[in-house]
Ligand binder design. Structure first.
Ligand SMILES: [Zn+2]
Length: 316
């Protein structure tokens, strides 16, 4: 088992985006990789190559009708996949399949012992539902990864932790009644920000009641506010004792993002990543995958994601 962090890199991942002037541009991948390279990690990281998901992989989470619709609209290459946030770019089907496939490659690498900790920068597309696109997200790589971990490896109790400014509604509602999907999400209060969901009262349904933790944060929340809320996430995860951690570390919760109103610094991301690695070492044989998620201020995403990789590398 290598202690180095496996970071995924490649033009296939960079091709997921919507071009200028959409906030989710094609440049986000390279901006991060450049920052990571200049941080000089040397032997602490290794690089993995993207891989394309098959339709059978997508079907683990998504409906056949939805996959067909994306395929058709991607060939037409015009209009939107949703109400106006997620353009039907030419080739978006392949690009979105590359994001999912790369997540599954990361799962395989962690489960076969190639590495304990992996990071996929262009991934964490947490708004896509089982049968719909939403909020710049076409296929939900996280949802597919959960189902893949269960089917291929028999890993049941998976913790999903999300510090993106937006609520991870695609994951939340995809597993709302699933007691084995442990869900913790700190996000800007839905009264002020898309998608409007994730109130504290939403704790899961049926047998899953109490397995989901939603913490809405007020606009302007700082690192101090983050750390107070984060203590609840840690004790929630200590109680849940997951077998695997998926981390969505969207950088749009940092001050200066053009489309949100939270005011963390990248220290929040570094601290959250370090805490999750401690929990992963305690309960999950170290196994954790980080995904970039949102983040539309380029400097912020480059710094926040690099600090997450740094925390992964320092976790031992
Ligand atoms: Zn976001």
């Amino acid at each position: 088992m290598s202690d180095s962090v496996l970071v995924y890199k490649g033009s296939e991942l960079a091709s997921y985006g919507f071009g200028d002037p959409h906030p989710f541009g094609f440049d986000r991948h390279d901006v991060f990789q450049d920052e990571l390279e200049s941080a000089g990690f040397d032997g602490a990281i290794q690089y993995g190559k993207p891989r394309r998901a098959s339709v059978d992989d997508l079907l683990l989470f998504h409906t056949a009708d939805y996959i067909d619709m994306v395929s058709k609209k991607s060939s037409e290459g015009r209009g939107y996949l949703d109400d106006g946030d997620t353009p039907a770019m030419p080739g978006i089907f392949d690009a979105a399949s590359d994001v999912v496939g790369t997540m599954l490659a990361a799962v395989d690498a962690v489960m076969d012992g190639t590495t304990k900790r992996a990071f996929v920068p262009i991934a964490g597309l947490h708004h896509a539902g089982r049968d719909h696109a939403a909020g710049f997200c076409v296929f939900n790589d996280l949802g597919v990864a959960v189902e893949y971990l269960r089917k291929k490896y028999g890993v049941r109790r998976i913790a999903y932790v999300d510090i993106d400014a937006h609520h991870g509604d695609g994951v939340f509602y995809g597993f709302e009644d699933d007691p084995d999907l442990i869900f913790a999400d700190l996000h800007e209060d839905g009264r002020y920000l898309y998608p409007g969901t994730g109130s504290a009262e939403e704790t899961g349904t049926g047998k899953a009641k109490g397995t989901k933790l939603n913490i809405p944060m007020p606009p302007g929340a700082t690192d101090t506010d983050f750390h107070v809320a984060w203590r609840r996430v840690e004790s929630f995860l200590e109680d849940a004792k997951p077998e695997f951690i998926l981390f969505q570390c969207g950088a749009d919760s940092l001050e200066g993002d053009p489309i949100t109103h939270l005011c963390y610094t990248e220290q929040a991301h570094a601290d959250a990543a370090a805490a999750l690695c401690r929990l992963a070492n305690k309960y999950c044989d170290g196994r954790i995958i980080g995904t970039g998620g949102g983040g539309y201020n380029r400097k912020n995403l480059a710094r926040a994601w690099t600090r997450v990789v740094q925390s992964f590398a320092d976790a031992g």
